[in-house]
Design a binder for this molecule. Structure first.
Ligand SMILES: NC(=O)c1ccc[n+]([C@@H]2O[C@H](COP(=O)([O-])OP(=O)(O)OC[C@H]3O[C@@H](n4cnc5c(N)ncnc54)[C@H](O)[C@@H]3O)[C@@H](O)[C@H]2O)c1
Length: 267
């Protein structure tokens, strides 16, 4: 799908990081925005920054775990702009680092609620609108942790693998409904965002003083900016690709997983 000037994009988790990078990249193309996040205090300054750069922005505070809140997001989008072209289900948290058997049940419940059901609620609220229009695209943010094992973060990786599978099937279903529809899953490697800090503020992890995703990423030897990730995602949507996985070493890890899978399946 070509992302044209005056198209309408909705972004959950839009107050920060990759969501805000998507908003900035879209605004630079003249796209009208609905920016949504659970953190009300972060939403207003993010929207102000986009408006200062000339963007048209409506904000909606919504928790993606709450289907009624996501339905309201869809209603506000239609009331504001009369249509929707790109739905970015991007809100997310990271889970604490521990082996699977030491992860608390409430971590599993929360990660499934935000990272998997949050996407499901977004698709249920918006896909019928896209089907009615006959055009539009859904961009789901997963992670490179959805393409290959990531020891120590099973609640995170499990939901990300689920979002990859969900999006592959969703793309096929949308294309059956109308030629002009589709879905893409974004699976980045490490990105320079306050994911750790925001996850701690939302009570999902405890962050030791001074720790950040950036220091982890710097040690790992490669980190992307949210804007770089957003530009890769938009290019993939425009090319009609189902997967996009920007980042250092991601392709190698995905290839190793697929090679191991095929080798196990060989008779
Ligand atoms: N940063 C990375 O290295 C990285 C890598 C791969 C994938 N991701 C994924 O990208 C997505 C965006 O993360 P980010 O790195 O930009 O972090 P971020 O913390 O900068 O942005 C995530 C946003 O989601 C919001 N959010 C959290 N729970 C929510 C909820 N229940 N309802 C609505 N909004 C909620 C947060 O308030 C925050 O503004 C996440 O799904 C994350 O798992 C991040």
């Amino acid at each position: 799908m070509r992302i044209e000037r005056n198209a309408v994009a909705v972004i959950t988790g839009g107050a920060s990081g990759i969501g805000l990078g998507l908003a900035e990249a879209m605004a630079a193309r003249g796209v009208r925005l609905v920016l949504s996040d659970i953190r009300d205090d972060a939403l207003a300054p993010a929207a102000d920054g986009l408006r200062a750069a000339g963007a048209e922005v409506v904000t909606v505070t919504a928790d993606v775990c709450d289907p009624a809140a996501v339905d309201r997001l869809a209603r506000v989008t239609l009331e504001s702009y009369g249509r929707v072209d790109l739905v970015c289900n991007n809100a997310g948290l990271v889970s604490p680092g521990a082996p699977l058997w030491e992860q608390e049940l409430r971590t599993w419940e929360r990660m499934i609620a935000v990272k998997l059901l949050g996407v499901v609620h977004g698709v249920r609220a918006f896909a019928p609108l896209l089907v009615k229009q006959g055009t539009g695209h859904i961009l789901n943010t997963a992670s490179s942790g959805g393409l290959a094992p990531l020891p120590g973060r099973t609640p995170y990786t499990t939901t990300m693998h689920a979002v990859v599978g969900l999006t592959e099937t969703l793309d096929a279903e949308l294309k059956q409904a109308a030629e002009g529809l589709g879905a893409t899953v974004l699976c980045p490697g490490l990105v320079d965002t306050p994911l750790g800090r925001n996850s701690a503020a939302l009570g999902a992890i405890e962050l030791p003083p001074g720790a950040s995703m950036r220091s982890v990423a710097a040690r790992a030897g490669g980190i992307l900016t949210p804007r770089e990730v957003a530009e890769s995602a938009i290019a993939a949507v425009e090319a009609g690709r189902v997967h996009v996985a920007p980042g250092h070493g991601v392709l190698d890890r995905a290839r190793a997983r697929v090679d191991a899978l095929l080798s196990d399946l060989e008779p």
